[in-house]
Write a protein that binds this ligand. Structure first.
Ligand SMILES: [Zn+2]
Length: 306
């Protein structure tokens, strides 16, 4: 078979809107990123290991919320260029230390971003991992779908992003509840997850514990919420019977069609296979993907080792 390269493209991120994911696609020819709906998207590519990757850009926060900033530089530090990585790191540090430093000692754009109502939530993932987290805004938002939570409960409406982080830290410390869940656990949860009823019970018990911590505080500026959230994929049968994609996306030639996504994990079909494969899209981000007529890597399905 011929190996004709028809150009290179880069996936530089996932954007969620109204619970639907789109992929950001960039090429060398048209530098400006295009958003393509992920659902139903067919990707056929070969990974170019010689060519340098593209920086996946950065996030800027201001009074209007957070916005993606596209970058045209090659990636030199992981998936980003040095400049974007430094900006993102400073921004993350500012955001997470804002409540300890005080609003006068952080960047004013960040202070404006945080001077807005936030909510505190507790979330559970399919493997049973739990976390406490915060999201900007009084309703809606994409934070939970972005992370791939399975069930969640909004527990408090808080006047701003400074106080919500204070409460988040307090909950973390009081009941030893983390603020992040590793993607490997999220991935495993889709293959060998707990039953929904079990997850709901765990979340209910946890919400009760968090409520106790919050109620014993003498802090003003927040009110309790009791709002349940569930992932839109909850009743999607494809997510009940997944097989880990058996190939390495960082090399070789692949083809799959995205059926749907939970966070950065995608349920995909591959021509010639009846299974629905689960894959993590992150290794593809920023990587040069060649379009063309390539022979695909053979996938060898094995019995699960676990
Ligand atoms: Zn950059």
């Amino acid at each position: 078979m011929t190996s004709q390269v028809d150009g290179v493209y880069y996936l530089t991120g996932i954007r969620w809107k109204n619970n639907e994911p789109s992929l950001r696609v960039q090429t060398d020819e048209t530098p400006s990123a295009v958003l393509v709906e992920a659902r139903g998207l067919n990707l056929r590519f070969r990974t170019d290991v010689e060519k340098q990757g593209r920086c996946i850009g950065r996030t800027e926060r201001s009074v209007d919320g957070s916005a993606y900033v596209e970058c045209l530089s090659p990636s030199t530090r992981g998936r980003q260029c040095e400049r974007c990585q430094v900006i993102d790191n400073v921004s993350a540090a500012n955001m997470h230390q804002a409540h300890r430093k005080g609003r006068d000692s952080i960047d004013q754009r960040m202070a404006a971003y945080l001077s807005h109502p936030h909510r505190l939530y507790v979330a559970i993932f399919r493997d049973g991992s739990t976390k406490v987290g915060t999201t900007r805004g009084s309703d809606g938002g994409q934070r939970l779908v972005e992370q791939g939570a399975w069930f969640a409960k909004y527990v408090a409406h808080v006047e701003d992003g400074f106080l919500v982080r204070e409460l988040e830290d307090l909950v973390s410390k009081s009941i030893d509840l983390g603020q992040a869940v590793d993607t490997r656990k999220k991935f495993a949860g889709h293959l060998r997850g707990q039953r929904n009823s079990e997850l709901e019970t765990t979340l209910k018990d946890l919400t009760f514990e968090v409520g106790k911590v919050l109620r014993t505080q003498e802090i003003d500026g927040w009110g309790s919420l009791d709002e349940t959230w569930a992932n839109p994929a909850l009743n999607d049968e494809r997510w009940m019977d997944l097989v880990a994609y058996p190939g390495a996306l960082t090399r070789g030639a692949h083809e799959f069609t995205i059926h749907s996504m939970v966070g950065r994990l995608a349920a995909c079909d591959r021509p010639g296979f009846g299974e629905t494969f689960l894959l993590d899209t992150q290794p593809l981000l920023g990587r040069p993907l060649e379009r063309g007529d390539f022979e695909l890597d053979k996938l060898v399905l094995q019995e699960s080792l676990f």
